[in-house]
Design a protein around this ligand. Structure first.
Ligand SMILES: Cc1cc2nc3c(=O)[nH]c(=O)nc-3n(C[C@H](O)[C@H](O)[C@H](O)COP(=O)(O)OP(=O)(O)OC[C@H]3O[C@@H](n4cnc5c(N)ncnc54)[C@H](O)[C@@H]3O)c2cc1C
Length: 298
């Protein structure tokens, strides 16, 4: 079915009202790159009405650094910012390098120049989700009347209301550490069925601090996701890592914990068993690199 109509609202209020009036006969379109895959594969039915967010491109694109008493220093990414613009952005490389790495590994330049961060998040299986989960991002939605802030942790559990429009993504800068031996680290790894231009089998992201004097990890946050599965934070695994010394035993414990905590669905290409092992291996290899280079052979 071709869309009967592409609506081009000029205010967020108008866009929201259109969506609530047309209900399940419509959807918002940003870059349209994810929707296209859904329609072509038959995973989602085409809808007769598309609500284009094009009119807000200028207003809702770009990265800004701000500081306020409530949120502290943070950066704000407009929801229509295309993925390509997040790869080399200096503020993102400083506050959330795992997000720029996630964007770098998505698809190919043609898609990254068209697909938006908002569309990636709201596809609910995009590669940016684990990176934004460990960054403890906050999403600002317009609900027809107000702007509502939703912590990433709540979004992962509850999703969003269908008519709400994602306006901004805010990422806090990691708080400055007073420990001069602390090293901040972050990682994003994607496993696919080939090197590039392929949906992920699993993605893992992590961020934290490592004390190179004592060999302890702390403030570590981990998340896993991948195409066709709900991304999650690995809260039980994090709780065991934080405060623990780097050691071979610790890596074994983390490996087993990830395998217990992450139970993804299998698909036509990879079983659940394979995905959970892959995620556990990706995470311990990142911790191993940190521990070995900073402490074990010091
Ligand atoms: C060949 C190909 C390869 C791809 N490879 C990858 C990959 O490796 N990794 C990956 O993560 N993705 C991949 N994708 C999927 C897609 O390109 C990205 O997820 C992209 O970021 C989606 O952004 P978009 O602006 O095109 O979203 P759209 O398709 O426009 O929208 C996606 C969803 O979000 C909703 N939406 C969009 N913006 C808003 C908003 N502001 N408020 C409310 N709802 C909104 C739409 O209604 C829709 O449900 C690939 C796509 C293609 C075609």
């Amino acid at each position: 079915m071709m869309p009967e109509k592409v609506w081009k609202p000029t205010s967020l209020e108008e866009a929201w009202t259109l969506s609530s009036e047309l209900g399940s006969d419509c959807c918002f379109v940003s870059g349209g790159t994810w929707l296209r895959t859904q329609w072509e594969s038959g995973a989602q039915a085409r809808v007769p009405h598309l609500i284009s967010l094009d009119a807000f491109t200028e207003m809702l694109s770009g990265v800004n650094v701000s500081e306020d008493p409530l949120k502290g220093k943070h950066l704000t990414i407009g929801s229509l910012t295309v993925l390509a613009d997040l790869i080399h952005d200096a503020a993102i490389l400083e506050a959330a390098p795992m997000l720029s790495e996630a964007c770098r590994q998505i698809a190919a330049p043609s898609i990254r120049n068209q697909g938006s961060i908002g569309g990636n998040l709201l596809s609910f299986s995009g590669d940016t989700l684990p990176a934004l989960a460990v960054a403890e991002a906050e999403l600002t939605f317009f609900n027809g009347r107000d702007y509502v802030d939703v912590p990433m942790a709540d979004f992962l559990v509850n999703g969003k209301k269908s008519d709400d429009i994602l306006v901004f993504v805010a990422i806090p800068y990691p708080p400055p550490t007073t420990n001069e031996n602390a090293e901040t680290f972050s990682f994003f790894r994607k496993e696919g069925r080939r090197e590039a231009f392929i949906p992920s089998v699993v993605t893992v992201a992590g961020e934290g601090q490592y004390d190179r004097e004592t060999g302890r990890f702390y403030d570590v946050r981990l998340a896993v996701g991948g195409a066709g599965m709900d991304p999650i934070r690995l809260l039980n695994t994090e709780a065991v890592i934080n405060g623990t010394f780097y050691s071979q035993e610790m890596l074994y414990d983390v490996y087993n914990l990830v395998r217990r905590e992450f139970q993804p669905p299998g698909d036509g290409f990879r079983s659940s068993f394979y995905k959970t092992k892959a995620a556990a291996n990706l995470i311990i290899s990142a911790l191993y690199r940190k521990g070995v280079t900073s402490y074990e052979f010091k």
